[in-house]
Design a protein around this ligand. Structure first.
Ligand SMILES: *[C@@H]1O[C@H](CO)[C@@H](O)[C@H](O)[C@H]1NC(C)=O
Ligand SMILES: *[C@@H]1O[C@H](CO)[C@@H](O)[C@H](O)[C@H]1NC(C)=O
Ligand SMILES: CC(=O)N[C@H]1CO[C@H](CO)[C@@H](O)[C@@H]1O
Length: 252
């Protein structure tokens, strides 16, 4: 993955940053009705943008690092979007009532980088808005399985490099050893390694929190990986966190 990314950097024309899904393509509008765009604002007004996905009418799953520190002021979720910079009739913008980052989230090694967002009101199910199923408790993906990841990959609304329209890329599940090689910190038990060295595809910062979809279910959450200097090949393993997800969705 790292080698691929280094090659990528060399091959990309200057100015074509790595803010969006690399080697992906624009999706058919609203073909990913579970996709959420998460905006977090801190007390100083700094914004942070992430992906996420609807798992229940009033819950979105995302990455814990998408919350802009403990000094965060507000979060909102946009559902039903294709072009996130446009005002589309299909969009539902819902404030977050409560952000529940995993209690063991560690912002140094990014372990347990998962967060539930309880929405202030239930999303209305439409053609453009519908939850994504979670996998069964013992479900597994294996090296070679083909999955997909989607995201807007923008970091700010002034960012001309990011993509306003939802992009998608195919990723192949890799052996854990692949990620251990490139990331000093990789937790096999709680993480999934995915990428495709041959096809040059990767995700990046603005895509954090989005789902890794395999067999039409959410098997992973895009984490920024344990190395902030390169794009991520590390995904949070949803199956491992199912008990925590279920418990917290029941409680609220
Ligand atoms: C967070 O991760 C770092 C690096 O692995 C580790 O040194 C530190 O002890 C962890 N913090 C907690 C609270 O577990
Ligand atoms: C991250 O990647 C850079 C570039 O290859 C490398 O120098 C650094 O040691 C890596 N850091 C970690 C924590 O893996
Ligand atoms: C308080 C805090 O951590 N604010 C951060 C919110 O996110 C933006 C963009 O990533 C940072 O620039 C802020 O420092």
């Amino acid at each position: 993955m790292l080698l691929v990314l280094i090659l990528l950097t060399l091959l990309l024309p200057i100015g074509a940053g790595a803010e969006e899904i690399i080697g992906g393509h624009e999706v058919k509008p609203h073909s990913h009705p579970y996709m959420a765009f998460v905006k977090s604002v801190d007390i100083e007004g700094n914004r942070r943008y992430c992906g996420g996905f609807l798992v229940q009418d009033d819950f979105v799953l995302t990455a814990a690092h998408c919350r802009n520190s403990s000094l965060h002021r507000s979060m909102t979720v946009t559902l039903g979007a294709h072009n996130i910079k446009a005002k589309e009739e299909t969009q539902q913008i819902i404030p977050v009532a409560k952000a529940i980052p995993h209690p063991d989230y560690n912002d140094t090694d990014l372990s347990n980088d998962i967060m539930l967002l309880k929405l202030e009101s239930k999303a209305k199910r439409t053609k453009a808005v519908r939850p994504l199923k979670l996998p069964r408790p013992n479900a597994q993906v294996r090296p070679g399985d083909v999955c997909r990841v989607a995201g807007w990959g923008i970091r700010s609304f002034d960012d001309t490099k990011g993509s306003a329209r939802l992009q998608e890329a195919e990723l192949i599940i890799q052996k854990d050893e692949e990620c251990k090689k490139y990331f000093h910190i990789y937790f096999k038990k709680m993480e999934i390694c995915a990428g495709d060295p041959k096809k040059i595809q990767a995700t990046s910062k603005g895509d954090s929190g989005g789902p890794l979809v395999c067999k039409n279910k959410a098997y992973g959450v895009v984490s920024s990986g344990s190395n902030k200097t390169i794009s991520s090949g590390v995904f949070i393993k949803v199956v491992y966190f199912l008990p925590w997800i279920r418990r917290n969705m029941k409680r609220l």
